[in-house]
Design a protein around this ligand. Structure first.
Ligand SMILES: [Zn+2]
Ligand SMILES: [Zn+2]
Length: 253
């Protein structure tokens, strides 16, 4: 890596949805636990599937938090009402998170077309089709752009076109499945197969592509890491990057 360091991505585990991006003195924590010190941390939730919700509810340090204001977690405004519920999906989770954190955390709705600004960095929610409403987040400053997908239907043409049109310097994408006999199941469950990522890669020649949130069925990580290396994709715990290259700081064991 020749030019200066711009940021890093840290994953909790290859199976886990949590993603932490350090960029220009800010921490973007996507589907990630809250800690005690929350200055310069921005919390984003991609969608209301329980693995993601649970991850952002984790972290027991709320009660130690000395900040006066509750921690904001930005989340898609999901107005579905299901199973005879009176309240919508967003409000149900809003109450749950408020309750479990003793009002130390609060969900803040964001909608398509809105844009968040933090100093010189903007965050744009980008809807990607999944089994429930899901936002990918496009994070951009004057030096670099990063796109985090959340969960998405990899075989969906519109989804792929959206990602390609963003042309991010760094793409962090869910990649659930890796083997040929799993292409169907990926489609059925509206998740991503490595073949979908490889199709993106053809169009995004200069993008650094980081995979995450792989299936729990892969107990032997060695095979998966070998495949990603062969395909020039990245699966690692901690990766630093600039707008043209990257370095792996820590691998998954
Ligand atoms: Zn998920
Ligand atoms: Zn999901």
């Amino acid at each position: 890596m020749s030019s200066k360091f711009l940021g890093s991505v840290r994953l909790h585990a290859p199976y886990h949805p949590s993603i932490v991006i350090k960029l220009d003195k800010l921490d973007f924590r996507i589907d990630s636990p809250c800690g005690a010190k929350n200055e310069n941390k921005i919390y984003l939730l991609t969608h209301f599937h329980f693995d993601h919700v649970r991850s952002c509810m984790a972290g027991g340090a709320d009660f130690l938090s000395l900040s006066e204001n509750p921690i904001k977690i930005y989340a898609p405004y999901d107005d579905r009402k299901e199973y005879g519920e009176v309240e919508n999906v967003f409000d149900i989770h809003s109450k749950m998170i408020n309750f479990h954190s003793k009002a130390r955390r609060k969900l803040v709705p964001i909608k398509e077309g809105e844009e968040l600004r933090f100093n010189g960095t903007t965050v744009v929610p980008v809807p990607l089709k999944h089994t429930v409403p899901n936002f990918g987040y496009y994070i951009k400053n004057s030096e670099i752009s990063i796109f985090v997908t959340g969960d998405w239907e990899g075989s969906d043409y519109k989804n792929r076109q959206k990602i390609i049109s963003l042309m991010p310097n760094v793409l962090i994408t869910e990649c659930r499945y890796f083997f040929e006999d799993e292409i169907e199941i990926a489609e059925e469950r509206m998740h991503v197969h490595i073949e979908d990522v490889l199709e993106l890669k053809e169009e995004l020649e200069n993008t650094i592509i980081i995979l995450t949130h792989i299936s729990h069925r892969y107990r032997d990580l060695e095979d998966i890491i070998k495949i990603t290396k062969e395909k020039e994709l990245i699966l690692a715990k901690n990766i630093s990057f600039n707008n043209t290259g990257y370095r792996i700081r820590e691998r998954f064991k």
